[in-house]
Design a protein around this ligand. Sequence first.
Ligand code: UDP
Ligand code: MG
Length: 317
Amino acid sequence: MKTVSVVVSVYNEEQVLEAFYRETSRVLEQQRQKDWDYELLFVNDGSQDGSPAVLGRLAAANPRVKVISFSRNFGHEAAMIAGIDYSRGDGIICMDADLQHPPQCIPEILEKFDEGYQVVSMARTRNESAGWFKNLASPAFYRLINLLSDVKLESNASDFFGISRKVSEVLKKHYRERVRFLRGYVQNVGFKKTVIPYEARARAAGKSKYSIRKLMRFSVNTILCFSNLPLKLGIYAGVFAALLGVGVMVYTLFTRGGAPSGYATIVVLNCFMFAILFLIVGIIGEYISILFAELKDRPIYIVEDTENLESGGNLPE
Ligand code: UDP
Ligand code: MG
């Protein structure tokens, strides 16, 4: 019998955890009667509410529920990475704890695994709970990243996806970056891949953990780790400034001696040029901060405690 590992990242989700477990375990138990056994891996990303207690109860009642607790909050992606690291299934499904990713899709994903697909990407057709800002900004962001980088990311991909054991080995071994975009990697490792559309439901309870500020940071990081085109802005700006200089020179020569006083022109040009210069220095700074983070090689996450996991799973190294 094959096993599926369902990885769920949890950060302050006490209000939805029970409902999530009820719905998901029902679907998984039905599958177990047929052909897929399961393990339900909750990654507690440093929750400060009652989530750890709820998870402890669930793990005590069902040995297939496993819990990995971080020493502090490391972020959603780190939680998914830890879940993938500790998973032992033949197939792995990552999903959110807030029931936005319907557990009813799990059998469909398993069917795709049975058909030999290695990457099952779940595409959102509608997002009921995202506000107007997210709904506008998200497609714009994907258009920008596809323009800037040579990888192609699907615009409605989500953190809901299924991968085979083989793909998870690749992620474990070769994608250990500190600044990263897991969803993008999953779409770009290759392998036999398929897309299933699904309708994202509204969050069952609780609040979204992603503020607009966090999303901006996330977007900038994604562009930086998938593209080095911004670094070349300096070259384009240099060419532009040189051409402008030649233009102004020619103009001055032709107006022979009678050049206009041009105080405003000088000030405006100066400000404009410095703005470009500082912008480019800032962009280089962003890349250096990524290099710095990679160089320090700090852990992606720190595990404080686990439940129902005897030997620490299938960890890299
Ligand atoms: N999450 C996490 N760590 C964080 C933030 C969020 O593990 O620092 C989890 C959260 O518990 C949820 C999932 O990541 O299961 C997605 O978060 P959320 O629903 O807040 O994001 P949204 O769906 O609004 O984009
Ligand atoms: Mg959500």
